[in-house]
Design a protein. Structure first.
Lengths: 485, 221
């Protein structure tokens, strides 16, 4: 009974966005489009919540297990709140003529297609299917980034397309190598590409092939996760696309790419003779963290600034998982969740800000708390949270990362803390200019407070997580942290 | 002593590497596209031969896709695009042909040195195929970074994908899902790229990526 219900929910997670993408492609009305978009995202969220209680049986293509279930819920939660934000945001873009009704239809269809591909990636039990899902997500987001058709948007989309495809190509080569490692042990055919089967047999795989495969996979999916030195596409894509897409890109798609890396890391850990993936991930994580810290200083565009902050946090998460062990993995999972919620809240605030000020240039945005108190203070809360100040959830996870590093590798803690402080200082310094002081430039009226609900809801969740995590969540984090090894 | 089957597979996969090297020094757009068509033809033959010796019928589909889609359809479409845009001029190679060829030769050596020891356990056929496939992938990357022109970037990317298909075909019994997805991705890639080429033309009056780079520098300041 439970597994039937689970199967229906799992199918709904894929079928709902797929069908709504088709429907939305046919309707160009803003009201119907935006409502259908929100409704479909809500249905997916409900399906994801049902999956928490009712697990379907695994098959060779799809699977719900302890690791992906939580990310599925998070993914659909943030997609839902973003679809609410997007309804208000896109309405404004239509009103000022930045987006025409023709592109609106396209935008909504692509939003659902992106939701479909991310759900598929998370649900996939097949390394080939996972690859297809991430490839689809890449192509969809490329089209979304270029939607404004300005020179800058096209350039950003083109750059993203080329770098994203390269990453995808390297990841496919890695996937083929994993299959080649599995095939002599498990025989040809589909089981040799299924996660659960691969994990059981990983001990017997040829370690040398597995090592080579992991390097390709880390470079490939690492490009999609925005790890330095493969990050070049990320700031442009975030800055030039519509803001709801920046929120989904930062909050969710980076997570999906990282999830793929972690799955393969589990495979590597299951084979005692294979290369330890930890040091590679620690190095890339630290590099991303420090690099992003230095890049904060001279950013002129507000969305570009927060895009670098996403690189920083992907670095912290990769670092935590690279360290491994129950505590660091716990911190990594918590940080993944907190970063998704906080960063999308910040992008919601930034979306409102760029609409009331009519610009994304930091130099022309001043004194927001005085002119637009709600979004101004929303931004302040979001930036304080993302910089890692108490009492927000990000502080907890960063504290855990730092303390577990001190306990095990004190020397690594030095650059880690340095990077964290660097990001902390610069972000707060930039925030001061944005939020306080004398107001400058155009001041359009604030959006109705209802539109800021998604931002407030995310900030409230992150605030609560700062001092209280629900018991089942802690148990789940601990369990998965142990699985990750 | 290797069998005739092995020799033919070896010849075809090796042929792809040689054609990849040919791609590196083409200095006219039409010639580049024609050599790419030849590259895809070699791929179709190599995959078809793998289908025959592995007795894997689904690979014939992959070979068919490579033949129809990549050898005929895409080159013809690209020819048309270039005629329409009027950009059939000489290409500039960033670092000079000599340097590119040297780098290419080094990459082929690297691919063989990396792949052969690692796959010591696998059967000779997939080993050699995989080494050649990696060489084709790396040469595709080199082509992508050594050209500024949007069309040559696209060709570089597609030759890279050809290398991936070769690798997938060489892996015995790899399920069809992957091959179709690769073909599918190329299709989407072409649509996206087609859109981009026209848009780029619309906005920049050229498909030279340097124009875009120059623009970016301006904006950053």
């Amino acid at each position: 009974m439970n597994s039937t219900l689970g199967f229906i929910a799992m199918t709904a997670l894929l079928a709902v966005p797929a069908v709504s993408a088709l429907l939305l492609a046919l309707r160009s009305s803003y009201h119907i489009g935006a409502r259908l978009n929100v409704g479909a995202a809500l249905l997916c969220l409900l399906a994801a919540i049902i999956l928490l209680g009712a697990r379907p049986e695994d098959n060779l293509y799809l699977r719900v297990d302890d690791f992906n279930i939580y990310l599925i819920v998070l993914n659909n939660l943030v997609s839902f709140t973003t679809s609410l934000f997007s309804a208000g945001y896109i309405g404004h873009e239509l009103a000022i003529g930045r987006l025409t009704p023709k592109y609106l239809r396209f935008y909504h269809a692509m939003y659902q297609a992106l939701l479909f591909s991310m759900n598929l990636g998370l649900l996939a039990n097949n390394i080939g299917l996972l690859w297809v899902a991430i490839e689809l997500a890449t192509l969809v987001t490329v089209l979304m980034v270029g939607i404004y058709r300005t020179r800058a948007a096209l350039e950003a989309a083109w750059k993203y397309f080329i770098l994203g495809s390269l990453g995808i190509a390297l990841a496919l080569f890695g996937t083929i190598l994993v299959y080649l490692a599995a095939q002599p042990v498990m025989g040809p055919g589909l089981p040799a590409m299924a996660w659960d089967q691969l994990l059981i047999h990983a001990k017997a795989f040829d370690p040398a092939l597995l090592n080579l495969a992991f390097i390709f996979l880390l470079l490939g999916y690492g490009t999609k996760a925005g790890l330095v030195p493969l990050h070049a596409w990320l700031p442009d894509a975030h800055a030039e696309g519509p803001t709801p897409i920046s929120a989904v890109l930062s909050g969710l798609l980076l997570n999906v790419a990282l999830y793929a890396v972690l799955r393969f890391k589990m495979l590597m850990s299951a084979n005692p003779e294979a290369l330890a993936p930890g040091p590679l991930m620690v190095a890339m994580g630290l590099l991303s963290l420090l690099f992003a810290g230095f890049m904060f200083y001279r950013r002129g565009d507000i969305k570009r600034l927060f895009a670098y902050s996403s690189i920083e946090h992907m670095g912290i998460i990769t670092f935590a998982f690279g360290m491994g062990g129950p505590l660091a993995n716990f911190a990594g999972l918590l940080h993944m969740t907190m970063h998704s919620l906080t960063k999308s809240a910040i992008f919601f605030a930034v979306g409102h800000i760029s609409q009331v000020k009519g610009t994304q240039r930091i130099s022309t945005i001043r004194g927001l708390t005085a002119t637009h108190p709600l979004i101004g203070w929303g931004l302040v809360a979001g930036v304080i949270a993302i910089a890692g100040m108490p009492p927000f959830g990000v502080f907890m996870s960063e504290f855990l990362v730092v303390s577990s590093t001190f306990a095990r590798e004190p020397w690594l803690a030095l650059p880690l803390v340095l990077g964290l402080l660097l990001g902390f200082g610069t972000l707060l310094w930039r925030l001061q200019g944005l939020a306080f002081g004398e107001s400058q430039g155009a001041n359009n009226p604030s959006p109705p407070w209802v539109n800021t609900l998604p931002m407030l809801a995310h900030l409230a969740l992150v605030f609560i997580a700062g001092f209280w995590l629900p018991g089942p969540l802690v148990v789940w984090f601990q369990h998965v942290a142990a699985l990750l090894g | 002593m290797h069998s005739l089957e092995f020799d033919i597979a070896h010849f075809l996969a090796g042929g792809m590497v040689v054609i990849s090297l040919l791609l590196l020094y083409q200095d006219r757009l039409y010639a580049l596209i024609n050599v790419f068509a030849l590259h895809s033809l070699a791929l179709a033959l190599a995959v078809g031969w793998q289908a025959y010796i592995q007795d894997a019928h689904h690979l014939y589909v992959t070979a068919g896709i490579a033949l129809l889609f990549k050898t005929i359809f895409i080159p013809v479409a690209l020819h048309r695009i270039i005629r329409k845009l009027g950009i059939h001029r000489t290409l500039e190679v960033v670092g000079g042909v000599g340097r590119d060829m040297l780098a290419g030769a080094a990459l082929v050596a690297l691919a063989i040195l990396v792949m052969l020891p690692v796959t010591a356990g696998a059967d000779a056929l997939s080993r050699e195929d995989l080494a050649f496939a990696l060489a084709v992938v790396l040469l595709g990357l080199l082509l992508m970074i050594s050209r500024h022109n949007a069309v040559s970037l696209v060709i570089g990317f597609m030759s890279l994908e050809n290398g991936l298909v070769l690798a997938a075909a060489g892996a015995r019994g790899m399920p069809l899902a992957v091959e179709i997805s690769v073909a599918f991705s190329v299709l989407i890639a072409l649509i996206v790229i087609g859109v981009f080429l026209f848009r780029i033309r619309e906005r920049f009056d050229s498909v030279d990526m340097q124009a875009m780079d120059a623009f970016r520098e301006e904006r950053r300041r």
